[in-house]
Design a protein around this ligand. Structure first.
Ligand code: PLA
Length: 423
């Protein structure tokens, strides 16, 4: 019987074959239609075509079978729970998963309508990245993941522990305090075919620098032409612009070409559910059949890690997302939060200008999302903490969400003193 896990030698061989086939395709045509991760007619099959269907879990699978049975006589004596409803399935709350995919991919997403998306509830954004990373390490032919430089400090740890090998691509230019777009294109352009690329869907952490829609389109073309596999981290949907759809633009751009991609979603920030650990991993596949086999293997990743996710946070999210009025109320609150952050940027910028603080501080109002990447160095940060009792990460990142009109003058005084006294 096929065990479902190919030997390392088999994996390397099939990776090589795929690589060679991909290379000859690319020689036939310069267009992106030849890329295995794009979905244009004529493109090759799913990069997960070889994933075999995993059997149901011997204990929790009993409940899956029980739930499918429509007999009025049915009785579930499988799982050891006083009331069986107490446990969620391994993949989490079904409603929550459907609604989460709709929230990030759009209500009218063809990928959802064609059942090509598998979504599993995970332990917030971190857990979604971790599960996605381990699935890739087990089933994908390329183990290298490219993460932006800099990025959220936990990314390299999560992906390394998941079994991937982490490399970086150019992202931030400290001189312009903006995107190093040329460097990004060069680095991704020289990445090995098939490599995984971690992208921040919006509100890049820690830099607050996002590509423009035009730059996203160029990134998409490059990624698809090289058959790289995009893995989006969406931890701040709604926080960048105050608009949920606008903040999902980058993800939807990639899904619209019919290609495959991964998306990790977090509800920690946009629904304030930090402590509930509620998030989702969606894998957009080429076909419904691949998606269902991928999901069966995701369960094998999750079951020995934490069995199944907790129920309450996901129920809160599902309740809000499926009720028109609550959803509307949520979007209004999100917009208010995003606007308040934007307002704090303006206040801090004005306060530094009023003080005549040396330097160009326009990046404070240009950057996007919760964070301002101030450009303060670690000595200046240490000085500010020691003398002014203001705490921030040593890379000079400040959370604008933690600032208020009352505290802006104190921070501006501190920054002014730091840049004039500590070099
Ligand atoms: N991805 C990015 C880009 C993040 O910034 C964060 C959280 C996560 C994922 C994980 O969020 P989770 O709570 O849903 O798992 N970053 C925070 C908190 C806000 C943290 O580091 O845990 C930060 O201060 O950077």
């Amino acid at each position: 019987m096929h065990s479902g896990v190919a030997s390392p030698a088999d994996r390397r061989l099939s990776a090589l074959i795929r690589h060679l086939e991909g290379a000859s395709n690319a020689m036939d045509s310069d267009t992106i239609t030849a890329s295995p991760t794009s979905g244009f007619p004529g493109a090759r099959n799913s990069v997960f075509e070889h994933v075999v269907r995993a059997p149901e879990d011997p204990i929790l699978g009993v409940t899956v079978a029980y739930n499918k049975d429509s007999s009025p006589l049915k009785l579930n004596l499988g799982v050891g729970a006083y009331r069986t409803e107490e446990y969620l399935p391994i993949v989490g709350l079904a409603d929550f998963n459907k609604l989460s995919a709709k929230l990030i991919l759009g209500a009218d997403s063809p990928a959802i309508q064609e059942n090509r998306v598998t979504t599993v509830q995970c332990l917030s954004g971190t857990g979604s990245l971790r599960v996605g990373g381990e699935f890739l390490a087990r089933h994908y032919h390329q183990r290298t993941i490219y993460i932006p430089l800099p990025t959220w400090g936990n990314h390299p740890k999560v992906f390394t522990i998941a079994g991937l090998s982490v490399k970086t691509y150019c992202y931030y230019d400290p001189v312009t305090r903006g995107l190093n777009f040329q460097g990004l294109l060069e680095d991704l352009g020289s990445a090995p075919s098939g490599a995984i690329v971690l992208l921040h869907a919006c509100a890049h952490n820690p830099t607050g620098v996002d590509p423009t829609p035009q730059q996203w389109e160029q990134i998409r073309q490059l990624i698809r032409s090289k058959a790289l596999l995009p893995f989006f981290d969406s931890a701040y949907q709604g926080f960048a612009s105050g608009n949920l759809d606008a903040d999902a633009h980058s993800v939807r751009l990639f899904v619209a070409d019919g290609g495959e991609c991964f998306v990790a979603q977090s509800y920690a920030k946009n629904m304030g559910l930090y402590g509930e650990r509620v998030g989702a991993l969606s894998i957009v596949c080429k076909s419904a059949d691949v998606a269902s086999r991928v999901e069966s293997q995701l369960k094998l990743v999750i079951r020995p890690m934490y069995s199944n996710p907790p129920i309450h946070g996901a129920s809160i999210v599902a309740t809000i997302l499926k009720d028109r009025n609550m959803f509307q109320e949520w979007t209004i609150e999100l917009k208010a939060m995003a606007d308040r952050i934007i307002n704090m940027r303006q206040q801090l910028f004005d306060a530094l200008r009023t003080r005549g603080t040396p330097g160009d501080w326009s990046h404070i109002i240009k950057q996007i999302g919760m964070f301002t990447f101030t450009g303060l160095n670690s000595e200046q940060v240490a000085f500010i903490t020691k003398e002014y009792h203001i705490y921030m990460t040593s890379d000079g990142r400040i959370s604008m969400a933690g600032l208020s009109s009352r505290t802006v003058p104190h921070l501006a005084d501190a920054i002014h003193a730091a840049v004039t006294r500590v070099v």
